[in-house]
Design a protein around this ligand. Structure first.
Ligand code: GRF
Length: 224
């Protein structure tokens, strides 16, 4: 029996390390998935070069070329549609998407946000964590809704905050968890384990834990 490979498009704005984690997971774990394209809203997004070097089609839809958010989102949606994706994976994509875009791809768009939502939506999450004095910081993979950094939570990962942390050191520590989290969620997606119930909560079939923590041994899923 041939397994239908799920088609994905990854959206980035910068470095693209989460995109790399997704691409590597698809390859290394031989997932039934294909990264059909990497699309950036900035021509100088460093991740484009990496994707290109790994044989993944890249494209730029530069938000600066469009007069309005609606016009940009319409162009972005058209660029995505060409690839007929099953899932659109936002990986460090730093644009707020319009309700029309969210509606059009309803239930297909996943984001990673560097905080334990619903704490610290928006920008500068590591500064916010340090300023607030939380002892644990983390990241969330979630379906998107028209509300920024909000939506059904698929998985979360946590790291301890150290007394001498700077936003940069905290971000660096968290990135290890982000990469593991996103790779696992993509696997669950393409293995068709993920569903949403009537009240918008996520269920993941056959997976005991959807929480991860950084330990001295590396990123581990929390056994319950
Ligand atoms: C990540 O921390 C991601 O969660 C946030 O921006 C950062 C992007 O990093 N939205 P990268 O481009 O994936 O390396």
């Amino acid at each position: 029996m041939t397994v239908q490979r799920k088609r994905t498009v990854v959206l980035i704005s910068g470095r693209g390390s989460n995109m790399q984690a997704i691409v590597n997971a698809v390859r290394d774990q031989a997932l039934p998935a294909q990264v059909c394209a990497v699309i950036a809203n900035k021509p100088d997004a460093a991740g484009l070069e990496w994707a290109d070097a790994h044989g993944i089609p890249t494209e730029v839809v530069a938000h600066r070329d469009y007069a309005s958010r609606d016009a940009f989102d319409t162009a972005l949606a058209a660029a995505i549609d060409v690839h007929e994706p099953d899932y659109i994976l936002l990986a460090g994509f730093m644009r707020v998407l319009t309700p029309a875009f969210v509606e059009r791809f309803n239930g297909k768009v996943i984001n990673i946000h560097p905080s334990l939502l619903p704490a610290f939506p928006g920008l500068h999450t590591h500064q916010q964590a340090l300023a607030t004095g939380v002892q644990w910081h983390g990241c969330t993979v979630h379906f998107i809704t028209p509300v920024l950094d909000h939506g059904p939570i698929v998985a979360q990962g946590a790291v301890p905050v150290m007394a001498d942390d700077t936003p940069e050191s905290l971000a660096q520590r968290l990135l290890q968890v982000e990469h593991r989290l996103y790779a696992d969620v993509v696997r669950w997606l393409v293995e068709r384990r993920i569903s949403l119930d009537a009240i918008g909560r996520v269920h993941v079939r056959g997976i005991a834990s959807r929480s991860f923590v950084l330990t001295p041994r590396g990123v581990e899923s929390q056994q319950r």
